[in-house]
Design a protein. Structure first.
Length: 159
């Protein structure tokens, strides 16, 4: 091979190596500090994207909404948390439910109250949030018959 081809391959390899380092650094930064949230001119958080409407099943209108989230499997099995208007799930102190799980991001997911129930939203986590074994890519309804998995921790809502 000519020296020019070898030099071009070295430069290409070095560029690819730097792209990998930058990508890995970005993943680590996002995991440690979370993603940046949009704020308005007063520093207040912008509203979350329009949430999917939770369909109410026939005959369930008179029942009350579930009020507790219970960890059913994982390091903290048996732990329960009140849902109220919603909770933030992750590993940082700002979260209402702090999970002791290596596969959970700092700010992993958010459960918010919708018109007829609760909605789960993944906050750009590395390993994802799953409802009934389907990855959450947009705000997803979450109710009594559903199970949620974050890392190695499984959760369900209860009355």
């Amino acid at each position: 091979m000519s020296e020019l081809v070898v030099l071009a391959l070295k430069v290409l390899f070095l560029a690819l190596l730097w792209l990998f380092v930058l990508f890995a650094g970005n993943v680590i930064r996002t995991d440690l500090f979370g993603r940046k949230l949009a704020t308005n001119e007063y520093g207040e958080l912008q509203p979350v994207a329009e949430l999917k409407k939770v369909k109410r099943e026939r005959g369930r209108a008179s029942r009350t909404l579930p009020t507790t989230l219970k960890i059913t499997k994982g390091n903290q099995a048996g732990l329960t948390v009140q849902l109220n208007e919603g909770i933030l799930i992750g590993r940082t102190a700002e979260c209402q439910l702090i999970l002791d799980d290596d596969y959970v991001s700092s700010r992993h997911a958010r459960i918010t109250r919708a018109d007829n129930g609760y909605v789960v939203e993944d906050l750009g986590s590395t390993n994802g949030t799953y409802v009934n074994n389907e990855r959450v890519t947009s705000p997803t309804p979450f109710g009594l018959a559903d199970t949620m998995r974050i890392g190695r921790t499984f959760m369900a809502v209860e009355r």
